[in-house]
Ligand binder design. Structure first.
Ligand code: TD4
Ligand code: CA
Ligand code: ZN
Length: 310
């Protein structure tokens, strides 16, 4: 089927209490691994690219690969989404290029500026049948060259979230409840503010909620990377049980990038370490693509519960 927006996807996910995985992509093997998983699980899926990923892959290549994915998976709803759109111009570029969904990340601005910027993107997007994700609250960590320290991170205020959605007309909202981007999310125990999520869902029950920084930082993959020469000590993410709880309690979109990076790197490192004589890229990209597929399938089936919801 042609690319879809996330509107119908999220509606069904909210009614049936599961979440849809949004996986960051920047090359062919990652896209293929994710789509192979979605086909096998018969799950809807969101492919997303940050502005950095778009610069890397080049927008024309990216869109052609995503269109190929749709043709290869005719029964799977696939959306293509801009992740962390930094400004109006980047959102416009993606909308004009055929993206079905964009995020405008105004979380670095104050409340009123965030509202004004989001409204401007919503207006342009809605006129063209594209949906908009916005963000309120600040996640710790790094995203698109913006580095937010733990101290500056800020949980989303549920009352502000309600006002924000009403005034901007955004289609979905990313909230900060304790997750962060990257491989180092928690120093001690993992902790998410499910009380904030519950309050947000109570106040804006029909707005799909998005969880960023939601990789598990899968321990087996970190160990495998380290075993074959990586130096990623003390990495920690959001445990599967918490993501599963979030999926059942009204989070509709769960963003995953770090776990895919780890999956790909672990398998490539393994080949490099075990077969130093190998230099055909297919030799290491084939197991890398397979590990992406396996990782995504696990999330769809066991954690987000989106299998057989296509
Ligand atoms: O939005 N994301 C992915 C952000 C990646 C942006 O990185 P580049 O600018 O380098 O492309 C997430 O919320 C995923 O979070 P995760 O827990 O996987 O790190
Ligand atoms: Ca942000
Ligand atoms: Zn994010």
């Amino acid at each position: 089927m042609p690319l879809v927006t996330t509107k119908e996807m999220f509606k069904k996910a909210m009614e049936e209490h599961y979440a849809i995985g949004a996986f960051n992509v920047n090359n062919m093997e990652i896209i293929q691994g994710i789509i192979d998983a979605a086909k096998e699980e018969n799950s809807p899926v969101i492919l997303q690219a940050s502005s950095g990923a778009i610069k890397y892959a080049r927008i024309n290549y990216l869109m052609k690969m995503v269109q190929a994915a749709c043709e290869e998976a005719p029964n799977i709803p696939i959306a293509i989404h801009l992740d962390h759109g930094p400004d109006f111009e980047t959102c416009k570029m993606c909308i004009d290029a055929g993206f079905t969904s964009v995020m405008i990340d105004g979380s670095k601005y104050d409340f009123e500026e965030n509202i004004a910027l989001t409204k401007k993107v919503v207006e342009y997007a809605h006129e063209r049948g594209v949906v908009v994700e916005a963000e309120l609250g600040k996640l710790a960590g790094i995203e698109d060259d913006v580095n937010v320290s733990d101290a500056d991170a800020m949980y989303t205020d549920p009352l502000q979230a309600k006002e924000f959605v009403e005034r901007t007309g955004c289609d979905s909202l990313a909230i900060a409840i304790g997750t962060s981007h990257g491989a180092y999310k928690f120093k001690g125990e993992a902790k998410l503010r499910f009380d904030i999520l519950a309050k947000v869902k109570e106040l804006i029950p029909n707005t799909p909620i998005v969880l960023h920084g939601a990789s598990t930082v899968i321990p087996e993959l970190v160990e495998m990377c380290n075993k074959y020469g990586a130096d990623i000590p003390g990495a920690k993410g959001v445990p599967d049980e918490m993501l599963n709880e979030a999926s059942k309690k009204g989070v509709s979109k769960i963003n995953v990038d770090t776990d895919l990076r780890l999956a790909m790197t672990a398998q490539i490192r393994k080949v490099f370490a075990e077969e130093p004589q190998a230099f055909d890229p297919r030799k290491y990209l084939t197991p890398a693509r397979e590990e992406i597929k396996k990782t995504v399938q696990h999330k769809m089936k066991d954690v987000f519960l989106s299998s057989n919801k296509a």
